[in-house]
Design a protein around this ligand. Structure first.
Ligand code: PLP
Length: 422
């Protein structure tokens, strides 16, 4: 029996209607931007799997560091104990982040990094006896699948069965070009209310919404307004972090600084599950007390797993190497040239690009996640040996930064070829 058939008999996959889904593709090996399947096919991973493998697959430097750590200390409880990889990673991360970020809290994925961020800001006010309990989030946003993260995400078919358990959130329109004034006006209106605790946002690019992009200038303005009203700001860099927007972090394009930041995905180069939430000294200080009940009551069995921290340290070696920024520039320039070439052609509604993120929105009428067009585009990409995972009629590339010029050309050719399917 093939790997795919054995899987089909007993496994349950994420975001998958198991009754109608085709057999999964059994992957046996990865190298650089390539994945190799059990039936001898090769796939160019143009989306870094779930946006995580920023340095490509099976990177030898990360593999070596992980192996070394496994033989030294694989895990230790992170309450009352600590270890070198956790401390070192926090030190190195804080050096790269906006200067106001002062404390690091570990979890194990993007959703839990967001849960912690929400708990931090809500309890920040609670500990001070201030009644601020409402969160503002962008319409269309996606912050994860746990209940708090779902609450601050767009209400959709993903969240419908759980609607009654999600807390109320004020949604703000995304300030896409032409809509900036509307967003600013709406935020000003919301900030009149005394009970707003925080504003959570995906900086510059809303990923799952379909790579929806907006400018750093308008985000600066939104953050200034929040700061004036003492509303905490949470930058969810789970997708944008570690180079995606062309800089190390999306927030590097801003002059304003957020109070809290969330990271995961690229943090270990897609090798180990790790989430990180960072915050300012001011937020941290609100939890300091002789009263034990003011502590942050959150943690996971695998919090600060040493192997995951070591993987992240190895990934940071690559992020801090000179080739990293050179690769970002190379991919950014290549995407920009292709975007210019494709824009305005028949079948293309819009081409969007921020750094290494390229999104092609195809022209169609009513679309949804379940629109058949999505499957047609997906199957076409696989038939062409490229892994692209469309969001409805939007096909995007978030390649690993080791992708070659020839491999990028193959991605573009596949996207261009999709026009004939529309
Ligand atoms: N936040 C953002 C912006 C994301 O894009 C995602 C995942 O796509 C998450 C949070 C959730 O991360 P995870 O899938 O690791 O739980």
């Amino acid at each position: 029996m093939s790997l795919a058939q054995r899987d089909k008999a007993i496994l349950w996959h994420p975001y998958t209607q198991m009754q109608t889904a085709p057999l999964p593709i059994g992957i046996t090996r990865g190298e650089g931007a390539l994945l190799f399947s059990e039936d001898g096919k090769t796939y160019l991973d143009a989306v870094s799997s779930w946006w995580v493998n920023i340095h490509g697959h099976a990177h030898p430097h990360i593999a070596q560091r992980v192996s070394q750590q496994l033989q030294t200390l694989e895990h230790v409880i992170f309450a009352g104990f600590t270890h070198e990889p956790a401390v070192q990673l926090a030190e190195r991360l804080l050096r790269l982040l906006p200067s106001n970020q002062a404390r690091v809290f570990y979890t194990d994925n993007g959703s839990t990094a967001v849960e912690v961020a929400l708990k931090m800001v809500l309890q920040y006010w609670f500990n001070q006896g201030v009644e601020k309990t409402k969160i503002i989030a962008f319409e269309g946003s996606y912050h994860g699948d746990t209940f708090g993260a779902m609450s601050v995400s767009e209400r959709s078919v993903f969240t419908r069965p759980f609607q009654q358990y999600l807390f109320d959130v004020e949604f703000l329109p995304v300030p896409v070009p032409g809509k900036e004034e509307q967003t600013l006006a709406r935020l000003q209106e919301l900030l009149q209310h005394e009970d707003i605790a925080a504003f959570i946002f995906e900086p510059l690019v809303l990923g799952t919404a379909g790579m929806v992009m907006y400018s750093p200038e308008v985000l600066n303005e939104l953050l200034r307004l929040c700061r004036k009203q003492k509303v905490m700001t949470i930058a969810d860099e789970v997708m944008t972090g570690f180079g995606r927007t062309g800089k190390r972090f999306a927030m590097d394009s801003l002059t304003e600084q957020p109070d809290v930041m969330c990271f995961s995905k690229g943090i270990t180069g897609g090798t180990m599950a790790l989430g990180v939430t960072t915050c300012t000294q001011e937020i941290y200080n609100a939890f300091l007390s002789q009263d034990k009940t003011k502590a942050l009551f959150h943690g996971h069995s695998y919090t600060a797993n040493p192997v995951a921290c070591a993987a992240s340290l190895a990934s940071l070696d690559l992020v801090e190497a000179p080739e990293f920024l050179q690769n970002l520039e190379r991919i950014t320039a290549s995407h920009a040239a292709f975007a210019q070439e494709l824009a305005g052609k028949e079948g293309i509604k819009e081409v969007r690009q921020t750094g290494t993120i390229l999104a092609v929105e195809f022209e169609v009428g009513e679309t949804s996640y379940f629109h058949n067009l999505r499957d047609v585009l997906y199957n076409f990409s696989l038939e062409n040996g490229v892994l692209l995972r469309p969001l409805g009629n939007i096909v995007y590339a978030l390649p690993p930064y080791c992708i070659t010029t020839e491999q990028l050309a193959q991605v573009y050719q596949t996207m261009e070829g999709m026009r004939q399917l529309i």
